[in-house]
Design a protein around this ligand. Structure first.
Ligand SMILES: [Zn+2]
Length: 207
């Protein structure tokens, strides 16, 4: 997910008391990889379930964090660096200023109870739809279950912008971009914005 909240990104706000939920990654371990964009088949189909919780998976998570930071994103799914596995990483603020950092393997979005279905229609962007932003209504609370890179079961929940991130990244791994949830007209507008802009990070060219 692209960073649409740059002005209040915790990293750039030196005055706020910063609360971090999760463990900051060791960015010296990973390598930045270029980002796949709209039209690349790996973004438009469900990717594979992770079954091997090994060093290769840990190295993938390291690369994903570094790739996300290099592109100034707040979330990244494995197929956004061309890897056919259900993994996402995030470093994303919620609407209370709490910074959430982590990764989820094989995420499944929990069905929301009827009482928690309030919608938030903030703007959303995606590193794989560079330079485009559109408003999209999503529930302002989300919970995801899955595993960590060692195979332990985990559950991550969040509100506001972080809830949006959890939904956006899980969608990626099932082959959906946020623009697939827009009206036909807004989708076309987002693709027009993308065609008119130039990404500030390395992308994988489409054939
Ligand atoms: Zn995205």
């Amino acid at each position: 997910m692209a960073d649409e909240h740059e002005h209040d990104h915790p990293e750039q706000d030196e005055t706020a008391e910063q609360r971090v939920v999760g463990e900051l990654p060791d960015v010296s371990k990973g390598t930045a990889r270029p980002i796949t964009v709209f039209g690349n088949p790996v973004l438009h189909r469900e990717v594979a379930t992770v079954t091997a919780f090994d060093g290769e998976l840990a190295a993938l998570v390291d690369d994903m964090f570094v790739s996300m930071y290099a592109a100034d994103g707040v979330g990244l799914a494995a197929n956004q660096i061309g890897v056919d596995l259900k993994v996402f990483v995030y470093d994303c603020p919620d609407d209370e200023g709490v910074r959430h950092v982590g990764h989820v393997v094989n995420p499944v979005l929990e069905e929301l109870p009827a009482g928690r279905r309030a919608l938030d229609d903030s703007a959303e962007g995606c590193l794989s739809v560079p330079t485009a932003y559109m408003e999209l209504a999503r529930p302002d609370f989300a919970a995801v279950t899955g595993q960590d890179k060692d195979g332990n079961p985990i559950r991550v929940e969040g509100t506001g912008f972080f809830a949006r991130c959890l939904q956006h990244e899980t969608d990626h791994l099932y082959g959906y971009l946020y623009i697939d949830r827009l009206s036909k007209r807004d989708r076309k507008d987002a693709l027009r914005q993308m065609s008119e802009g130039t990404p500030k990070y390395a992308t994988v060219p489409n054939d």
